[in-house]
Design a protein around this ligand. Structure first.
Ligand SMILES: Cc1cc2nc3c(=O)[nH]c(=O)nc-3n(C[C@H](O)[C@H](O)[C@H](O)COP(=O)(O)O)c2cc1C
Length: 370
């Protein structure tokens, strides 16, 4: 039995120190965004077509010139190795084995050079554009050198998210040894031991692009979420990056239409997992209007609260081409290196079952918002 949903979250909570679990699990403000993401998925019902005789639907999806085995991907997540050493690699390996995309964050604790041989063609790079164009240029150059063909630029973090649980825990990165954090660690000795062996995680993906004498990586990472990024920045990036360009973090149909008009190849409809602002709408709520505005063919990825294959089905039915899975992947990684493999396989089986049950041969034929 593969753990999903609340069971998976509870199992991760038992294994991780509180400040780590809260960093992953927590949201902005009163965390209403996280609750809304879940409630909106729960409220989405799917109408089955009976007697279609379909027993082997095709879950494959062709996106940005690649064919993936299933319509979901691992969302980009910074500081993943706080869960344990090798978490980025475990997620990349699970995605590659299943033939689905894995998006590596600018704020990742493993470099793209280390992960490229692990992830192979599954590797996408997520980019935070900051105030220093030289850093962006360097990150892009490294991605090109590795043959990465899909770049996701995240635009919904003009300021760092304010998450009360992190504030209450005194969470900082790298963790400073305050009494509260030391107590959290002492209560999870197995985590503490593996971290002691693996070494303190750092911003290893950003580090090679840091200019010499350019200040601390923490400061640089903070400056990578810059409110000065605008549409001209995206237009310039479109001219610079020859591969597939995806903008992550749009919710307004007009913004998605504008991005498509600039020649962007796809958009991630997302409220950043409720981590930036509690009052943002859930992606699934906005998807039908966005799909209607942008037309049936434009690639729309979407995320927020996905913990099962059936949740993926709900996003696809609302108009998404592919779903991204965030927190659930880190909870699975907390169960050990095999956790993400099991979660991905379980979600795929779950999606396959749901697709047969609904009588769908190909998700593109399902009448969605488009
Ligand atoms: C611990 C954590 C770190 C994240 N870091 C990033 C990041 O570096 N870049 C980014 O674009 N999104 C980041 N996200 C947001 C995810 O990519 C994704 O949009 C979100 O987690 C989806 O919601 P879910 O966690 O409910 O699945 C992060 C999310 C989490 C939970």
């Amino acid at each position: 039995m593969v753990l999903t949903g609340p069971g998976l979250r509870a199992a991760a909570r038992r294994r991780l120190p509180r400040f780590v679990f809260d960093f992953i699990d927590g949201g902005a403000g009163d965390e209403g965004g996280i609750r809304r993401n879940r409630a909106a998925l729960d409220a989405a019902t799917l109408l089955p077509r009976a007697l279609t005789g379909i027993d082997a639907p095709d879950l494959g999806v062709t996106l940005f010139g690649e064919t993936y085995a299933a319509p979901f991907a691992v969302a980009p997540m910074g500081l993943a190795n706080l869960v344990g050493p090798g978490t980025d690699a475990a997620l990349a390996r699970a995605a590659a084995a299943a033939g689905i995309p894995y998006a590596l964050s600018t704020a990742a604790t493993t470099s793209m050079e280390t992960l490229a041989p692990v992830a192979g063609r599954s590797l996408w790079l997520q980019l935070y554009i900051g105030r220093d164009p030289a850093i962006t240029e360097h990150l892009i150059g490294r991605a090109e050198a590795l043959g990465i063909t899909t770049l996701i630029v995240t635009v919904d973090t003009p300021v760092p998210g304010r998450r009360p649980r992190d504030v209450a825990n005194g969470f900082s990165f790298p963790p400073r040894p305050r009494p509260r954090l030391l107590l959290d660690m002492a209560l999870r000795p197995r985590w503490a031991l593996t971290m002691a062996r693996g070494g303190v995680p750092g911003f290893r993906n950003l580090a090679p692009s840091a200019p010499a004498g350019g200040g601390s990586l923490i400061e640089m990472m903070r400056a990578q979420s810059s409110a000065t990024t605008d549409w001209d920045t995206i237009a310039a990036l479109r001219r610079r990056w020859k591969g597939a360009l995806v903008v992550k973090g749009l919710l307004d149909p007009d913004d998605v239409v504008r991005a498509a008009g600039l020649g962007v190849d796809g958009v991630v409809v997302s409220n950043h997992g409720g981590r930036q602002l509690a009052s943002l709408p859930a992606a699934i709520t906005m998807l039908p209007a966005i799909r209607a505005a942008v037309g049936p063919e434009f690639p729309l990825l979407a995320d927020g609260g996905v913990t099962s294959g059936e949740d993926v089905a709900r996003l696809l039915a609302a108009g998404a081409t592919m779903a991204l899975v965030g927190k659930a992947m880190l909870y699975a990684a907390a169960l050990g290196p095999g956790g993400p493999v099991k979660l991905v396989a379980g979600m795929r089986d779950d999606l396959l079952g749901a697709t047969i049950q609904l009588g769908i041969h190909d998700w593109r034929e399902y009448p969605s918002g488009g």
